[in-house]
Design a protein around this ligand. Structure first.
Ligand code: UGA
Length: 483
């Protein structure tokens, strides 16, 4: 059986390593951060991902999965090496590929037998070709090293399921041997029905970024409609439901609200713009600049509305209780988190901000130490003048609005994720506000649509005596004459 190394053990790599062990392979995970490798070796997952701690600890204990820091060991151990290192944003939004190059430089010179290196990291189109050239320079004499691109589509919060049941497998390959090896690695999901797309490497690279750019486009599209809904008294949630019934459109990723964040969508949209511009095709993706701008406007809108509620001007005063810090529920990832961005901006404007998140307090505090973090939702809302619901954790839907009314000072709640049920909040006396969604008690004060006057221009008035007789009048006249 093939032996596998996974290089880079962040959200993607740690999950992939555990998933490969679950599929029956012997796996070595390698990370250049000794603390991370040590935690994983002890069966501990240093981030929040449902189901992963159990899977990982089980395979570490069973001996099929281990972690270390040595690329030399990986070079000697594995037949297939997965590259799962980060490609964070660099200059002008372009992806920084330095971790990929240093992984290859640490691995390839030490290879002792023919092998396949598989890129999983998200990269600008053309990266694999450049890496192939670098591998050729680094490979020891007589060792054949193949490169393939196998992008990852897992969603944080559902990473274990997505790894074991991929909704598609994309193999960017240049040799039949590479395809054969990838089919061996993924034999179980392929047998279970995961579709496989075999293609060249540029296509595989582009599939990944275009998938994320399309998801971002869907979200910004519905958020642009939410802006119109707010102006006209229409309801974006019902609008999205109606659009979603058309299965050419679909309801998924039409959740209007605070917009997208995380380590992937925002970065990949900007990296695609940067790469297309570099290729002289900036115009082809010009629309993505609007997608990004619409997304950022959502955060701005919540900040502005909150500051206006707190007196606006240069000296807003008051307390804001924030529900959520992670970029989405079921994750403790705060990379480009819309929730944390809003909290930070309010704090920078002089507002007293207290945040509660069920899982992301530690990483959020590390990047935003200026904020106050509470241990419970009620503590975050203590004496708050305004409450912001910024990450749609399930537990926030189960809060007791009547109790929270006794805790907070003010009564305005902004549901920036459009996922709370307004009824119990309204019944408890909250001034419930949403993002493009029409809430019953506010319907009366919702803006009235400016009447459309130009859609159906009235026909010009024709003087009666000049009007041509209608066919019916003519027919009647003829009947009269013949009578
Ligand atoms: C995304 C993709 O969905 C994965 O397929 C991909 O593998 C991954 O990036 C990656 O490139 O590694 P992820 O970053 O985990 O996954 O998050 P998503 O579930 O896509 O959500 C992204 C953001 O969009 C979140 O902030 C979420 O709150 C927001 N969102 C999502 C909305 O605002 N509205 C929606 O309707 C859906």
């Amino acid at each position: 059986m093939l032996r596998i190394s996974v290089i880079g053990t962040g959200y993607l790599g740690a999950t992939h390593a555990a998933g490969m062990a679950e599929l029956g392979f012997e796996v070595l995970g390698v990370d250049n951060n000794p603390a991370k490798a040590a935690a994983l070796s002890a069966g501990q997952v240093p981030f929040h991902e449902p189901g992963l701690p159990e899977l990982l600890a089980g395979h570490v204990a069973g001996g099929r999965l281990r972690f270390g820091t040595s690329l030399v060991e990986a070079a000697e151990f594995a037949d297939v090496h997965f590259l799962c290192v980060g490609t964070p944003p660099g200059v002008n939004g372009a992806a920084d590929l330095s971790q990929l190059y240093s992984a290859l430089e640490g691995l390839v010179p030490h290879l002792t037998r023919n092998c396949l290196i598989v890129g999983k990291s998200t990269v600008p189109v053309g990266t694999a070709e450049a890496l192939t050239a670098r591998i050729a320079e680094l490979a020891p004499e007589g060792i054949s090293v193949d490169l393939a691109w196998n992008p990852e589509f897992l969603r944080e919060g559902h990473a274990v399921y997505d790894t074991l049941h991929p909704n598609r497998l994309v193999f960017g390959v240049t040799t039949p041997d590479a395809e054969w090896a990838l089919r061996q690695v993924y034999a179980t999901p392929i047998a279970a029905g995961s579709p496989v797309v075999i293609t060249n490497m540029p296509t595989a690279e582009l599939i990944k970024v275009s998938a994320n750019a399309f998801l971002a486009t869907k979200i910004s599209f519905i958020n642009a409609m939410a802006e119109l809904c707010d102006l006209t008294g229409a309801d974006v949630t019902l609008l999205a439901d109606a659009l979603g019934h058309d299965d050419r459109i679909g309801r998924k990723f039409l959740g209007a609200g605070l917009g997208y964040g995380g380590g992937c969508l925002p970065k990949d949209v900007r990296a695609l713009i940067a790469r297309a511009t570099e290729l002289g095709a900036g115009e082809s993706v010009e629309f993505l600049r609007d997608i990004d701008a619409i997304n950022l406007r959502r955060r701005e809108r919540v900040v502005e509305e909150t500051l206006a509620l707190l007196g606006g001007g240069h000296r807003p005063s008051g307390r804001v209780g924030v529900l959520g810090a992670a970029f989405k529920p079921l994750s403790d990832d705060v990379r480009d988190s819309p929730a944390l961005d809003v909290a930070r901006r309010l704090h920078a404007a002089g507002v007293d901000v207290t945040v509660f998140d069920p899982a992301a307090t530690v990483p959020a505090r590390a990047v935003a130490p200026q904020l106050v973090f509470a241990a419970t939702a009620a503590a975050a809302l203590h004496e708050a003048d305004v409450v912001l619901h910024l990450t749609e954790w399930r537990e926030f839907r189960e809060l007791d609005p009547a109790f929270l009314r006794t805790v907070a000072r003010g009564r305005v709640l902004i549901d920036a994720r459009n996922t709370l049920d307004p009824e119990p909040w309204l019944a408890a006396g909250w001034d419930f506000r949403a993002m493009g969604r029409l809430v019953e008690s506010r319907a009366a004060s919702a803006p009235r649509v400016a009447p459309v006057v130009t859609a159906y221009p009235k026909p010009p008035v024709v003087p009666r005596q000049l009007a041509a007789p209608s066919p019916l009048t003519r027919l009647r006249a003829r009947v009269r004459r013949t009578a």
